[in-house]
Ligand binder design. Structure first.
Ligand code: HEC
Ligand code: HEC
Length: 294
């Protein structure tokens, strides 16, 4: 095959990828959302944390601080009710597809910098609640900056290959034989609270290596940070208990009296601090248990 033919078949492959439909049709969601429950979930899930630029005093959900990764710098978009620069023109089906499947209203794949893989098991009621809460956010008619991604990462169709190779389901299914508290902790830790997003190592393609590195820490966090391992053995070896872990998720204070720093400080400040004592305890129970199993 001559070079020209390679180029042509390469172009054909890319053309096919661009046209390759992804995601399932979203289910009809015809439920009344509970604004308070939705706001709670938006805290637990980090939606507010990532999509608000607190440092610059930005309005809630009007677009987040830049996330620097190996693949470029990403700007969490404006999720306010503005019809042009936010998601005011969307319906709950569009929202469900974006959040649970990582697919835009026009069928484009989202970058996994958006932690949608952790939200895949949110229920229809969760989505309806989040949506109801988002409807109460005042419009901000300013766009978030465009992502700054070098070639080839600026080619969204490439994410279709990424999805096919690496997209996994969150490990939130209840485990028979464990009580309600443990399973509630699992649902939060492995799902919405996306602790593995930062505490699990990633491969060359930026995908979490969930089978061998789950909760083993990550030396290359966005922005150059490092996170320690948080598997139960490491935690126990570092004097963590259910009680002091639940307390740290509330206050940011570690057993040795230090403050949790870096992005973990933000996780507490914009996220776990707002959860109920029961939920923080459930997360700690799950994390400290040797049957968590990764
Ligand atoms: C770690 C940061 C992070 C967290 C946490 C996060 N997002 Fe995002 N989100 C992003 C980024 C980055 C994008 C842009 C993705 C892209 O352009 O492909 C995005 C995109 C979106 C979009 C698409 C917006 C559009 O204009 O197309 C929606 C909707 C969304 N996020 C909702 C949520 C919800 C709901 C939550 C919480 C359950 C959440 N996000 C949590 C970073 C985050
Ligand atoms: C945005 C990235 C990020 C997310 C998400 C995240 N962490 Fe962290 N975590 C870190 C970083 C960075 C550190 C190190 C903090 C420091 O050095 O002070 C850390 C430290 C910790 C520690 C201290 C461990 C030790 O022995 O020092 C615990 C416990 C912890 N995280 C639990 C969690 C839990 C539970 C979740 C989910 C609710 C979570 N983390 C989500 C980044 C993250």
């Amino acid at each position: 095959m001559g070079l020209g033919a390679v180029a042509i078949s390469g172009a054909a492959v890319i053309g096919a990828l661009v046209a390759w439909p992804i995601g399932r049709a979203p289910d009809d969601i015809d439920l009344t959302g509970d604004v308070r429950r939705g706001a709670y979930l938006a805290r637990a899930g980090g939606c507010i944390a990532c999509h608000t630029n607190f440092e610059k005093g930005g309005a809630p959900l009007a677009g987040g601080a830049p996330l620097k990764t190996d693949f470029g710098t990403f700007f969490p978009p404006n999720l306010t009710t503005d019809p042009v620069h936010g998601i005011g023109g969307w319906n709950v089906q569009d929202f469900a597809k974006a959040v649970r499947q990582g697919v835009s209203p026009t069928g484009q794949p989202y970058y996994p910098t958006f932690t949608y893989p952790f939200y895949a098991n949110l229920t229809d009621q969760d989505i309806a609640d989040l949506w109801a809460a988002f409807q109460t956010v005042p419009p901000v008619s300013e766009p978030a900056p465009a992502h700054d991604t070098p070639f080839p990462f600026n080619q969204r169709w490439g994410l279709k290959l990424w999805r096919a190779a690496f997209l996994d389901r969150p490990r939130t299914d209840p485990v028979y034989g464990n009580d309600e508290q443990w399973n509630r902790g699992r649902l939060l830790v492995e799902g919405a609270a996306h602790c593995a997003a930062c505490h699990t190592g990633r491969n060359f393609a930026g995908a979490r290596v969930s089978d061998t590195q789950h909760f083993q820490g990550n030396n290359r966090l966005p922005g150059g940070g490092k996170s320690p391992a948080i598997d139960f053995e490491t935690l126990r070896g570092r004097d963590w208990t259910v009680e002091n872990l639940a307390y740290a998720l509330k206050t940011g204070i570690t057993p040795s009296g230090d403050a949790l720093g870096g992005t973990m400080g933000e996780v507490v400040l914009q996220g776990t601090r707002f959860l109920t004592d029961e939920d923080r305890k459930a997360m700690a129970v799950y994390l400290m248990d040797e049957h968590t199993g990764g």
